[in-house]
Design a protein around this ligand. Structure first.
Ligand SMILES: NC(=O)c1ccc[n+]([C@@H]2O[C@H](COP(=O)([O-])OP(=O)(O)OC[C@H]3O[C@@H](n4cnc5c(N)ncnc54)[C@H](O)[C@@H]3O)[C@@H](O)[C@H]2O)c1
Length: 244
């Protein structure tokens, strides 16, 4: 593909898988995650990758990451924003502090990293942004047993509105879309109990949860030139689990 891509959540799961796939595809990557040591341990230290330990809920981190990508690679063509915080608290366990933290990272953070990337893209050659929502906002999952609760589910529903607003604001120079993963085998579902896994698995016509690479490919398609007439959309990569 040969693009310069800012990938958030690059230390783990879908973001890590995306980074490896994009490197194989000839891209240059600004790998962004609070877990900088983990990124460095998981990914090759080569000319095509620049590591940035940062937090998307901080304006200065988002702006500095974009500046670093442009300084190192000369441009920024795409943002693949997978990074997110999880909350499994049920409605009667959740408090304002955790709720506000999840909104700050997942909602405000999605806006801030998009704003930083779009500011560069609108001033130069245009580009493409991909945000991440979740099948949890289709199910309305309740929390407990390692699954997302009301804070997480609400934060992921907000991404649908942000996606539409940015798509209209930034067109035609910058496209903005979202991926809605179903359950994928990453650290985010590490606390699922066996009973929880079995209960959720019956929702999947494909008969299994997703692999991180299967979600990553949906985002990589959306930033590619093959998706040049797609903006404001959501791709559901969830093994058909929204049929239930
Ligand atoms: N795994 C699933 O079942 C599933 C289902 C639906 C949606 N999703 C979404 O997919 C995306 C990727 O999740 P994953 O499954 O790879 O999870 P993961 O836990 O493996 O990776 C999430 C990454 O986000 C990073 N992160 C946390 N806070 C951050 C911050 N403030 N700024 C930047 N990065 C931050 C973490 O350090 C971690 O590396 C998330 O947006 C998640 O909500 C995942």
């Amino acid at each position: 593909m040969g693009k310069t891509v800012l990938v958030t959540g690059a230390a783990s799961g879908i973001g890590l898988a995306s980074t490896k796939l994009l490197l194989e595809d000839g891209c240059r990557i600004l790998a962004f995650d609070p877990q900088e040591e983990r990124m460095r341990a998981e990914l090759p230290d080569c000319e095509e990758i620049e590591f940035f330990g940062g937090d998307v809920s901080k304006t200065e981190d988002c702006q500095a990451a974009v500046a670093r990508a442009v300084q190192k690679f000369g441009n920024l063509n795409a943002l693949l924003h997978w990074g997110a915080a999880h909350s499994t608290k049920r409605w009667d366990e959740l408090d304002a502090k955790e709720c506000n933290f999840i909104m700050a990272v997942n909602v405000t953070g999605s806006f801030l990293i998009s704003q930083a990337a779009a500011t560069h893209m609108m001033a130069y050659d245009g580009g493409s942004i991909v945000l991440t929502t979740s099948a949890s906002m289709l199910y309305g999952v309740t929390g407990g047993n390692g699954q997302g609760g009301p804070a997480y589910t609400t934060s992921k529903a907000a991404i649908i509105g942000l996606n539409r607003s940015l798509a209209r604001s930034l067109a035609p120079k910058v496209r903005c879309n979202a991926v809605s993963p179903g359950i994928a085998e990453t650290a985010m579902i590490a606390e699922y109990t066996d009973d929880q896994r079995a209960a959720m698995a019956v929702r999947f016509p494909m008969g299994r949860f997703g692999e991180p690479e299967e979600i990553a490919h949906a985002g990589i398609f959306l930033i590619s030139d093959k998706a040049s007439f797609i903006t404001g959309e959501v791709i559901h990569a969830n093994g058909g689990s929204n049929f239930n």
